[in-house]
Design a protein. Structure first.
Length: 343
């Protein structure tokens, strides 16, 4: 996946596409501008001190930022090595409290978009006003091969529920990271944002809705309705699982979606729109997305109160080329400016 994403971006760059084809819809919601309210969502947890391990990485320091590796045990099973939450904490050397942005990985795929985003928010941000928690995600939260191998419907649904549980645990771990951030003197815990890409955009959307301390959220090439994504996505691992499942059980794609929907409701951000302030959420998507169906993107936009929406007229992989220097880092600069204005 990582190699394919890089090659797709390279093709777009070499093709000389230096102008961006896009549609920009400003937020025109009549929804009251209120802070998110956390109700019973399934993401509740018992707050306990985090056994946070911090290791300074002076070799990765820059002129204006220090780098620290962090790790702590996940709240539950998360499919990562050692069942740990790991990543890098980039802290501004400038004095005073700084806003914090949590940058999520594309679990099991490319670190190309989130690493560029972390760079844009820190070393390329001449205001030096943002600290970043950049999470690792070497292993996919969704076990597509296990779903592909499922011999019965009950086994398949158990595998889906296990993947959903890993997403749930990850959202809770994000909330626990915010608990830790509140204890840091260099972080202004009243100004916390989050950004996710592709599947992590779904995680960022859910976290934004159920965690009221997240004041600003950004979804990049994501959507809602995981069941529709599973019935539509053409990524090789998802496609292989879907084809095997449909053949084995004699289902149509729509029948698969109907089976998956109840098991995946917990991670559908569309259900949590009441917790979103549409004036503080940004949706960036690809118009010709071959991974996220249009209905799933429209439903998220509607459920979240019709926030600002930027439509890049490329497919899913090609749209990430808008984060490269060849295209003036358009998307990552847009996100950084959104955080600067709203956070």
């Amino acid at each position: 996946m990582k190699k394919r994403l890089f090659l797709s971006c390279l093709v777009l760059i070499l093709a000389g596409c230096v102008s961006l084809d896009r549609e920009h819809i400003k937020s025109h919601s009549k929804k009251p501008m209120r802070p998110p309210v956390l109700n019973q969502t399934g993401y509740e947890y018992v707050e306990t001190p985090i056994a946070m391990r911090l290791i300074r990485q002076t070799s990765r320091d820059s002129e204006h930022y220090t780098s620290t590796f962090f790790s702590f045990p996940s709240y539950g099973e998360n499919n990562q090595e050692g069942n740990l939450v790991t990543g890098e904490y980039l802290a501004s050397r400038e004095p005073g409290k700084k806003k914090l942005v949590i940058v999520l990985p594309i679990w099991g795929a490319s670190d190309f978009p989130p690493s560029l985003m972390a760079k844009e928010l820190t070393d390329w941000n001449h205001w030096l006003d943002t600290n970043v928690l950049y999470l690792d995600g070497r292993v996919d939260l969704f076990d597509w091969p296990a779903m592909e191998r499922s011999l019965t419907e009950s086994v398949l649904l158990r595998e889906i529920e296990s993947s959903v549980a890993r997403v749930k645990n990850t959202v809770i771990d994000i909330r626990r990271l915010i608990d830790w951030a509140e204890s840091r003197p260099e972080i202004d815990s009243r100004r916390i944002g989050i950004v996710g890409f592709s599947i992590s955009a779904v995680v960022a959307s859910v976290a934004s809705a159920v965690e009221p301390r997240i004041k600003v959220g950004v979804s990049v090439m994501g959507g809602g309705n995981f069941h529709e994504i599973m019935g539509f996505c053409s990524a090789s691992d998802v496609l292989a699982a879907r084809q095997a499942i449909l053949k084995r059980f004699g289902w149509s794609a729509k029948e698969l979606e109907a089976k998956v929907e109840p098991a995946s409701r917990l991670i559908n951000p569309v259900r949590y729109g009441a917790g979103i302030n549409p004036g503080r959420f940004l949706i960036i998507e690809s118009a010709d997305d071959q991974y996220i169906p249009h209905s799933a993107r429209d439903d998220l936009w509607e459920a979240f109160g019709r926030p600002e929406r930027l439509m890049l007229k490329y497919n899913h992989r090609m749209a990430f080329a808008t984060m490269t220097p060849a295209l003036l880092n358009f998307t990552d600069r847009t996100i950084t400016n959104f955080f600067r204005e709203k956070l």
